[in-house]
Design a protein around this ligand. Sequence first.
Ligand code: SAM
Length: 253
Amino acid sequence: MTPRIKKHYPPVEEMTAAERVGMVREVFATIPSHYDILNRIFSLRRDVAWRRFAVGKMRFGPTRRFLDVATGTADLALEAARQHPDVRVTGLDFAREMMAVGVAKFRKLRLTERIRLIQGDALNLPFPDHAFDVAGCAFGIRNMPDRLRALREMTRVVRPGGQVLVLEMHFPQHRLLQPFCHVYLNLLLPRAAGLVSRNPAAYHYLGDSILHFPAPAAFAGLMAEAGLVRVARHPLMFGICYLYLGWKPEDPS
Ligand SMILES: C[S@@+](CC[C@H](N)C(=O)[O-])C[C@H]1O[C@@H](n2cnc3c(N)ncnc32)[C@H](O)[C@@H]1O
């Protein structure tokens, strides 16, 4: 069934967590055909470089397994498979429509042996403890109202000594960039998306979700609260994007 297209979504702060999860599901069910191309255009192709940078920081150990949470169209999963040819990759997302685009991409690249995509919820990962060396999430966690739970789940499924990586967009802290980013997120992004997307309101939501994402120090604190240590933050492109990297303690006690 073709998903219903909304003309307007309420502001992020006015929704309950349950309403927000329902809306996020709807948003990502309606934008997969243009998601990749709009990502490239709106980020000036920086999104590709940011994922590449994140994957370059990954360190694999005994499991040789990577989990890509909120994999969407599987770009992080594909980059991990490309940079680490001996690693098996699992991607998880609740939007089948997004993952269908990913499946087509890795079939074309003949990577079906090493990547599998499964439908599931980041807040209840269907994997045993310590199953992966690395868990990552690119541009997904700001869509999850309960971010601490998502981080705890990622921490649970990596082995002791494993890594959790998060890539996320931010409203920049640099004052000179702020007016430009306001105009970009509130006006340019939804209008430009309206020219090609069946659901331009989805891009209103995406801009809004960036505006309401916690500041870098607060998000790094949440990673520590989830049980990760040596949490590092890497600002990218003047802090419009950040890579966060934390380690699960070797001895969790
Ligand atoms: C902006 S896309 C990011 C996709 C991809 N990781 C990338 O790098 O482009 C966000 C994805 O998060 C997924 N998502 C949001 N909340 C989720 C949840 N609780 N469980 C699983 N997937 C979720 C959405 O379905 C969507 O595909």
